[in-house]
Ligand binder design. Structure first.
Ligand SMILES: O=C(O)[C@H](CS(=O)(=O)O)OP(=O)(O)O
Length: 232
């Protein structure tokens, strides 16, 4: 099994996803939200690219979730915080979500035969899943507006560390992610909270989100994209 890393959606054209298991990574905050919600009893999360698509699903009874510029849209029921996704009243509910980076990366992976959702919150479950499936792996970092970011790359490195005995590192992108994680793993929260994303969104008072998204193994689940919906 081979493993590679795509650091931003702007680079995805360099990869052939048609035979891969693609792991979508958006630690702050989309994939952390999806894991937290689905791990807390949400029935499904349907990722969509636009606000209009989300509103159309809202009319069908979906809970509308997401953000633009990091802030909840006024017409949506919830924003892009893992605490929103874990609200008890959302148990059993279907969510439609649109976010700046995370749902875009999912949209760009649609041709892949297996798309799964990774976050520190389900790190060990993701590693376990990858070691029991047979496809080559692409770790797809959602980044920020097409740019590289630290927290997604760090998580990609954590996965590389977890699968290193069974997977062949395909490129320097993998080796870089691996050594990044090796050098920062002792204090993930410290490094994530100093990331550009954390600084940019700190004005919205999301430090509690950053603290939560830095936790590991809160959930033993792996969300998978099946017929356009993320389910456990
Ligand atoms: O809500 C977030 O954390 C970000 C918003 S922004 O791109 O930083 O403005 O969205 P996400 O798609 O979860 O990265």
């Amino acid at each position: 099994m081979k493993i590679d890393v795509c650091y931003t959606p702007e680079l995805i054209h360099q990869f052939d996803v048609s035979d891969k298991c693609v792991v979508i990574i958006d630690i702050l905050r989309a994939t952390s939200c999806m894991v937290a919600g689905l791990g807390s009893g949400v029935k499904s999360v349907t990722p969509v690219a636009t606000v209009e698509e989300c509103e159309a699903l809202g009319k069908e009874g979906y809970v509308m979730a997401g953000e633009r510029g990091g802030e909840k849209l006024p017409q949506f029921q919830i924003g892009n915080s893992p605490f929103d996704y874990m609200l008890p009243e959302l148990k059993g509910k279907a969510i439609a979500a649109t976010t700046t980076n995370g749902t875009r990366a999912i949209e760009l992976s649609k041709e892949a035969p297996d798309v799964i959702i990774g976050a520190f919150l389900n790190l060990s479950a993701t590693v376990k899943y990858l070691l029991t499936q047979e496809r080559d792996i692409l770790l797809f970092c959602a980044g920020w507006k097409g740019k590289y970011n630290l927290e997604d790359s760090l998580f990609a490195g954590a996965i590389c560390d977890g699968v290193k005995k069974q997977a062949t590192f395909e490129s320097d992108a993998v080796t870089s992610a691996f050594y990044l994680y090796e050098s920062m793993q002792t204090d993930l929260h410290y490094y994530i909270s100093r990331s550009n994303h954390a600084n940019r969104l700190s004005k919205f008072g999301i430090m509690k989100d950053i603290d939560y998204c830095s936790k590991t193994d809160e959930f033993d689940i792996v969300p998978r994209l099946i017929d356009g919906k993320l389910v456990v």
